[in-house]
Design a protein. Sequence first.
Length: 255
Amino acid sequence: MTKRESPISKETIKSLTLDIEGSLLSFDKFIKAQEQLAILLHEVDKTLANKNRPLINWRISQIHSGSIHLTLEGMPQDQITPSQISEVIKTVERGIVTILEHPIRPKYFSDRALESARSLAILKKRDEFMVQLGFDSRCIDLNQALIANVDEIIGGKYQSFGTVEGVLKAIDVSRQPIFRVYNLLTNKSVKCYFEPNLLDNIKEYLEKRVSVSGIVTFREDGEKIGIKVESIDLFPQEKDLPTIEEMIGILGGSN
């Protein structure tokens, strides 16, 4: 299914579709995808209504085999109008679009809603499925940007001054200027946010081993996920390091 771009509909809509394109989708993963979509809808519903529990009941109105196309439809009741159902769906749509573009928490998205959106996108990351949410005539691809941005929104619990060491790669100045530093052992990266006036120096350090100092954001388990750059130092390259003989001379030794 190709991604179709259109503005968010002004019409009243009462359903959305989860599309998972790919072979060998296990039953367990199908059940998990349903659960995460339900959590996402329920969390936005109760936050939007400012209630402790969701108001809208959802039912499966269509399901197609092969690649999965699962359509959930909100059920109007005595105190639940079609416009309320439509508002929940449109809020989910706006929120997903926001997360895909920026690491900014959308209005009415709790941590649990963000985690559920991330769990849906992870299906694609791990198993090479194409995962989309369909809203009326618009399909939105849940991709790696969503995972990274959710991690940034809810991942950082602690901050302190520290350093990040690794190889500097992937400079991006399309929005807030950042580069990534990759750990040589784990190949995990840390986002480094820098001021534009540092760009020329950072370009010189591309693909080189550096030590970046500044305010580091950590997850609860201690993993570093971001740093606001205050200074950056270049490690000497192997060819620039002193030989053993030179080190002996430096230390005052003799042959």
